[in-house]
Design a protein. Structure first.
Length: 436
């Protein structure tokens, strides 16, 4: 495989085409100015400039977040809520301000509805664990075939431990949810509908407001069906307006939102959080502890046992404030233009199968290469500095549904450019040529 192998049967690269509106000198959103704020994006990998397209697994961090973490550790760090000295008060203030930022980001009614967790996974486990205590054998939990394992396995626990029945909302061939089948699956036994806002594999953006409306309309008045939306991708690439969606719970994870790892958040409607039993026991989550009884703090603190991820929460707040300077619709348009450019250049390549072509999908390009294992494809692309993910992407039932054992995924973020999209296509073609 020669490094300079020329690809002749493809549509021209962007360099040969007219510059899109997102070029450095174009109007509006400027990905080059965004990019300049991410130190890691200027490094090299295997002697090539890094082309980071593994954003659906984790996003890189802007200078603002890196600096805020350092500044907090250097100048304003102590444990929170234990009060009575200046540093603790400052840290508490920054920590609670970050909670307010998350609440604003989600358009929650109040910051009291935002529970800190260590990530999306813990947020879903927190809800499943609490709901599980009142699950009766035969109660039904609806999940979709496109869920991440984080939104499957906690519900499997309730199947194994409480006799719950998992029902699967089918995925259609184009990667959208079968909404008619979903409506039929709702029954008087349904207790929970747990669905992703956006698929981390297919890029599908689900009609979560409609999903929620149907679930709430189907439940008995005395036991409304709860709806949990997994927003780990949707919070980044769709519109995470919890009031517009109407869901009972919404989950996000910080590290995909340009914040640190080890931090996530659970939004809950006030009455949904109030009705949820505590998850872990320890300091900070109690009101009183005696030898023969214990009473719990009100949400959100009821769900935050122990010392919380203080620095991580502050870092996530800074990341969301940083993100807020960009117009969401412009970012989505930009990301989609990169996705579309790659798809257009790959048009007609009959060795390539793209998974997920749903109307209005986000900028995730997952594909199978005929005759090549996804891991090999990803490893060859890495030689050209292109970082992509390969495997089942924590969504094994979906891989089965789509009839693939593994696939490769390129996922775009606001700091990616047309040059990245071109480098991706070029590296993919070179990888493919390796197998023919
Ligand atoms: C990443 C992801 C998760 C899990 O988030 P963690 O940060 O690993 O806890 C859950 N669901 C979806 C759709 C994801 O993309």
């Amino acid at each position: 495989m020669a490094d300079g192998s020329v690809v002749t049967d493809l549509a021209p690269s962007v360099a040969a085409q007219e510059r899109p509106a997102t070029s450095p000198r174009g109007r509006g959103f400027d990905p080059y100015a965004v990019r300049a704020q991410f130190p890691i994006l200027s490094r090299q990998v295997n002697g090539k400039p890094l082309v980071y397209l593994d954003n659906a697994a984790s996003a890189q961090k802007p200078r603002a977040v890196i600096d805020a973490l350092v500044a907090t550790m250097e100048g304003g760090y102590a444990n929170v809520h234990r009060g009575l000295h200046t540093l603790s008060n400052e840290a508490t203030e920054a920590f609670e301000k970050a909670r307010e930022i998350v609440a604003r980001f989600l358009n929650a009614e109040s910051a009291e509805q935002v529970v800190w967790t260590k990530g999306g996974t813990e947020a879903i486990n927190l809800v499943a664990n609490g709901l599980g205590l009142s699950i009766q054998p035969g109660d039904e939990i609806l999940v979709s075939e496109m869920e991440h394992h984080s939104n499957i396995v906690p519900w499997h626990f309730l199947r194994e431990r409480r006799g719950a029945v998992l029902k699967w909302i089918p995925v259609l061939d184009d990667g959208s949810l079968d909404m008619a089948a979903y409506a039929d699956l709702l029954s008087p036994k349904t207790r929970m509908v747990a669905v992703t806002h956006m698929s981390n594999v297919l890029g599908t953006i689900n009609p979560v407001a409609e999903i929620t409306r149907l679930a709430h309309a189907a439940g008995a008045p005395d036991s409304r069906i709860k709806v949990l939306i997994d927003g780990c991708q949707g919070a980044v690439h769709a519109t995470p307006d919890v009031q517009a969606i109407g869901c009972d719970f919404y989950v996000l994870t910080g590290h995909k939102l340009f914040g640190p790892t080890g931090i996530g958040a659970l939004y809950g409607k006030a009455e949904a959080l109030e009705a949820l039993p505590p998850y872990q026991g320890g300091g900070e989550m109690i009101e009183t502890v005696e030898m023969d009884r214990v009473t719990y703090a009100r949400p959100p603190h009821r769900f935050e046992a122990g010392t919380p991820p203080i620095l991580e929460a502050i870092g996530l707040g800074v990341a969301l404030e940083w993100l807020a300077q960009y117009d969401r619709a412009s970012v989505q348009t930009h990301e989609h233009s990169l996705y579309q450019h790659a798809v257009d250049r790959l048009q007609g390549q009959n060795w390539l199968r793209i998974l997920g072509q749903a109307e209005g999908k986000g900028a995730i390009l997952t594909f199978a290469v005929e005759g090549a294992h996804a891991h090999d494809v990803a490893q060859i692309m890495d030689r050209y500095g292109v970082a992509v993910r390969a495997g089942q992407h924590c969504a094994e039932p979906l891989a089965k549904r789509m009839g693939v054992t593994s696939s490769t995924r390129a996922s775009f973020a606001l700091y990616n450019t047309m040059e990245d999209a071109d480098a991706f296509v070029d590296a993919l073609i070179k990888a493919r040529n390796f197998f023919v």
